[in-house]
Design a protein around this ligand. Structure first.
Ligand SMILES: NC(=O)C1=CN([C@@H]2O[C@H](COP(=O)(O)OP(=O)(O)OC[C@H]3O[C@@H](n4cnc5c(N)ncnc54)[C@H](O)[C@@H]3O)[C@@H](O)[C@H]2O)C=CC1
Length: 371
């Protein structure tokens, strides 16, 4: 069986425009044939369907880039341990996936395409199973963590400090899946907002979004002493080792992983110049500014630049963060980290590329939760 990324990509492109229908069909088929798997998934499947397609899209489009694919599959395999996924489940999932692809790419389907899908799925599933197996010897599938602090910073943003029951090694900039007691089996991703600490505590910056089950549970219904479940740290937006100066561009709670990275760089003893553009819609939503100003006063190489987009009377820098990046000298020789709402990140990256920052110097992450 040989991998043929081209055939998989071509047929996947036929399925992408009807992704919603295909994902619904996939889960219908999976649960009809393996009803015992239903209990592993949340009651409401909408976001799960998006996650499935996001992950598939990333896998299919990375088939030609073995290094990034293998690191993504490794993280996905380790992360899936928290659901209780074991090797046998991959057969049922593979069968449902193949039936779905066959049906939704019927107009182009052929025996060669089928063989290409089988080869790609088998390789991907094996990579996930291997990563999960090797992780099982050294790390828990999930962590229980106690809420030890809960600060309401705005009407809908809380900064929450957690202490995992066991050590949870991670790299600054990574994120974790979180489940609350209120919504069993519903996991959402949040970035860890601090560099690793001696006492093993981690901080999350959470905005309660309308209809957001986990974010609302965390902001409105979680108290000190409560317990949450955490999946393993994942993500590839980690600190630089280049020695270059840094630009960090944060939108809203997208500040979280950038703060962890800045904290880490400061603690490392390096002295790069760091510009942190911190965007919010209104000044009252600059929920972490006092803390950032404290960091700035203890590390003279850090410049924190708050930017407000939707408050005409604001007495500081106004505008959309992607526009503001263009008001400075060139960032072409900087390492750039960008995190925030998807459209803001895309536009910021587009402007930076246009203004000469090499793609290799731009770091962003695609959260698994958004996949
Ligand atoms: N909480 C966390 O740990 C993490 C959150 N994120 C993401 O960060 C985002 C944060 O959202 P909010 O705090 O609600 O931010 P927000 O909607 O309040 O916006 C924050 C900033 O982004 C700018 N912005 C928003 N949309 C834009 C667009 N289309 N073009 C240009 N600029 C735009 C705003 O002007 C503002 O300066 C979410 O999408 C979240 O998924 C990402 C990583 C970690």
């Amino acid at each position: 069986m040989s991998l043929n990324p081209h055939l998989v990509k071509e047929s996947f492109a036929v399925i992408e425009p009807v992704a919603d229908k295909a994902a619904a069909y996939f889960y219908g088929r999976l649960f009809a044939e393996s009803p015992h798997l239903r209990g592993m998934f949340p009651p409401a499947m909408d976001l799960q369907r998006d996650r499935l397609f996001g992950a598939l899209t990333r896998i299919v489009w990375s088939l030609d880039s073995p290094d990034s694919l293998s690191s993504f599959l490794g993280q996905l395999g380790r992360d899936h341990r928290k659901y209780g996924v074991v090797a046998e489940h991959y057969t049922a999932i593979g069968n449902a996936l193949l039936a779905t692809a066959r049906r939704f790419a019927a107009e182009v389907w052929s025996s060669e395409i089928e063989a290409a899908w089988v080869a790609a799925y088998t390789a991907a599933a094996n990579a996930m199973i291997e990563a999960a197996d090797s992780d099982a010897g050294v790390s828990p599938a999930w962590w229980l963590a106690e809420v030890i602090d809960h600060e309401r910073r705005t009407r809908d943003i809380a900064v929450i400090t957690l202490r995992p029951g066991q050590r949870m090694p991670y790299l600054p900039g990574q994120y974790i899946n979180v489940q609350t007691a209120r919504w069993p089996r519903v996991w959402r991703t949040f970035s860890i907002a601090n560099a690793p600490r001696e006492d093993n505590t981690i901080r999350l910056h959470v905005r309660a979004v309308p209809g957001g089950w986990v974010s609302t549970a965390l902001v409105d219904h979680t108290r000190i002493g409560d317990t949450v479940m955490l999946g393993p740290p994942v993500g590839t937006m980690t600190p630089p080792d280049s020695g270059r100066d840094m630009l960090c561009v944060a939108g809203g709670t997208g500040l979280a992983p950038l703060k962890a990275i800045v904290e880490h760089v400061i603690a490392s003893g390096r002295r790069p110049n760091i510009h942190l553009l911190y965007g919010a819609r209104r000044s009252c939503e600059l929920y972490d500014l006092p803390d950032l100003i404290r960091m700035e006063s203890s590390f003279p190489w850090l410049r924190v630049l708050p930017v407000v987009s939707d408050e005409p009377g604001y007495d500081g820098m106004r505008g959309q963060v992607p526009d503001v990046t263009e008001r400075f000298h060139s960032w072409a020789d900087h390492d750039v980290y960008v995190c925030g709402p998807g459209a803001m990140v895309n536009e910021t990256v587009r402007r930076l590329l246009w203004n000469g920052v090499p793609l290799a110097n731009i770091h962003r992450d695609i959260a698994l939760g958004e996949l």
